[in-house]
Design a protein around this ligand. Structure first.
Ligand code: FAD
Length: 492
């Protein structure tokens, strides 16, 4: 059918009330496969983010001849391009060197507990077992990592590493280079508007319909389709349907994170889970100005409200942090670090913080009292807050409940830095159900033949709450799994 998806068609038909009111073109069967295919490849990958590029490269390296990546935006990368890049994996050599107690089993049990056991244990255990291999796989494909292992915001354990380079784009630059070398076309401005299955709710997936150069092109996939189209946190309305509190917030996401491919998957019978769970993280105020990011390293910063008082243990789960900040006056918080904390963010947040300094939203002062003045907070209140926090570091007892392992760095070295934040829609935990081979499962619990999915479009990993740093582990691990599964299918 023309450039509207089957779901849009059905909704339009429902709104029209009677089929007699529908335009003539819509009278054709909306679920029928196209009468002709314009192109044929072996494997189609939808989305050129981290999961999609990992899937495409893996499939190609495992012997699939014709792999095609379709990306709707004019650039590759998706949210992976924007990510800080913090990547959780229990890599033995890394945690032993850092003197940290860790293991893939601990990573799995913390992930399941943090998502209130709504993640699938088998999927999560495979993820944490293979995450160290994913780090190595990225190294083998040109990514270098910083040595330091740290606890990322909402990460709940020191297990994250950052790529050496421009954050999440480091991964995208490396993998798009591999695509060029391997002859994998990454076609941009190519929006998939329909995934075609033999019959509604039955048979194998045959290919996709994609808008390219103002035309609708029917692309057949001999082996199948891997869906890596990301989440929907940029779609305010869709998020509002699932959690009405969040509709009016801004988003950290790229504008293409809108979820229409998830709708296509529902149309062809895919099962979904956890769609109501939408993560927020701090971001700039909605006035369009640039704001600093000072909250990446949990052991280095504190939050206060606009009165200068702490209101939460900063090492809490992201859903707990979201709800605590949304409950503060004006839903605004200050993030505060000292000189050492600021220095640590330089590789990942340097340009952002420099832009905020020029904008005047990054407050810098040589004393806490002076900082309070810049924040429009009573100096005695802020001094008391910082003193109480520094005392908690000394005693390893925080009245707000921060863990002793996150009470290691006082806020004592000038200059001191502060920036305002509010909550923004960040990550959608829900999505389609897959099994451990990344095959998409239908509403009767059966595999949909020739269809795989990986990354933020899936809903079985994070449960109610994603652990910070686990998305990188997920997309590169299940992206690779999906690529391997498609390659196996192509050999049959
Ligand atoms: C600002 C920011 C910082 C983050 N930092 C971290 C971090 O440090 N650590 C961490 O673990 N996680 C982080 N995350 C989360 C993480 O980046 C994402 O969950 C992850 O990158 C998703 O990867 P993906 O491959 O599933 O989707 P994406 O990378 O979003 O890729 C999906 C792609 O599919 C494309 N697409 C969508 N619809 C269509 C269509 N109809 N046709 C064709 N293409 C389509 C999109 O345009 C996009 O390019 C961060 C997220 C943001 C926004």
């Amino acid at each position: 059918m023309s450039g509207i998806s089957r779901r849009q068609f059905v909704l339009t038909a429902a709104m029209a009330g009677v089929l007699g009111a529908m335009p003539a073109f819509a009278m054709s069967d909306p679920f029928a496969a196209p009468s002709r295919w314009d192109r044929t490849v072996d494997v189609i990958v939808i989305g050129a983010g981290g999961a999609g590029l990992a899937a495409a490269v893996t499939a190609k390296e495992a012997g699939v001849k014709d792999v095609l990546v379709l990306e709707k935006m004019p650039y590759p990368g998706g949210n992976t391009l924007r990510a800080g890049g913090g990547f959780n994996a229990a890599v033995k050599a890394d945690y032993e060197k850092a003197g940290i107690k860790d293991s893939p089993e601990l990573h799995a049990s913390q992930t399941l507990a943090a998502g209130d056991y709504r993640g699938n244990p088998e999927i999560v255990r495979k993820l944490t077992a293979l995450a160290p291999e994913s780090v190595q796989w990225l190294k083998d494909h040109g990514v270098k990592f910083e040595d330091r292992i740290y606890q990322i915001y909402g990460g709940l354990h020191p297990r994250a590493r950052n790529p050496l380079g421009p954050r999440g784009s480091t991964y995208i630059i490396a993998l798009t280079d591999v695509c060029k070398r391997e002859g994998i076309p990454v076609e941009l401005d190519s929006k998939v508007v329909n995934i075609v299955r033999e019959k509604p709710f039955a048979g194998r997936v045959l290919g996709v319909q994609v808008e390219q150069g103002g035309k609708l092109v029917n692309v057949r996939a001999r082996t199948g389709v891997i869906v890596c189209a990301g989440g929907f946190a940029a779609n305010a309305k869709l998020c509002g349907l699932h959690d009405p509190r969040l509709e009016k917030l801004g988003t950290t996401n790229q504008p293409g994170a809108t979820g229409e491919v998830l709708n296509d998957l529902v149309d062809l019978g895919a099962q979904t889970t956890c769609l109501d769970y939408i993560q927020c993280i701090p971001g700039g105020l909605p006035d369009g100005r640039k704001y600093p990011n000072l909250f990446t390293h949990v052991d280095r910063f504190i939050f206060t409200n606009i009165e200068g008082k702490r209101f939460i243990n900063e090492d809490a789960r992201r859903d707990v942090l979201r709800d605590a900040m949304l409950a503060q006056p004006e839903m605004i918080a200050w993030t505060i670090v000292d000189a050492d904390g600021f220095e640590l963010q330089k590789n990942s947040k340097g340009p952002e913080n420099e832009a905020a300094r020029k904008e005047g939203t990054l407050k810098i002062a040589n004393t806490i009292e002076e900082l309070a003045g810049l924040m429009n907070v009573k100096p005695a209140v802020l001094k008391e807050t910082i003193d109480a926090y520094n005392k908690a570091v000394d005693t390893k007892k925080d009245p707000m409940g921060r863990a002793p392992s996150m009470l290691v760095n006082k806020i004592i070295k000038a200059p001191f830095y502060a920036g305002q934040v509010t909550m923004k829609r960040h990550h959608t935990m829900g999505g389609v159900v897959i099994n451990t081979n990344a095959e998409v499962i239908d509403r009767d619990g059966k595999v949909i033949p020739s269809l795989w999915a990986a990354g933020e479009i899936t809903g079985v990993v994070h449960g109610t709450n994603r652990v910070g740093g686990n998305a990188m582990a997920d997309i590169f691990t299940y992206g690779r799994v999906a690529g391997q599964s498609a390659a196996r299918a192509s050999r049959k």
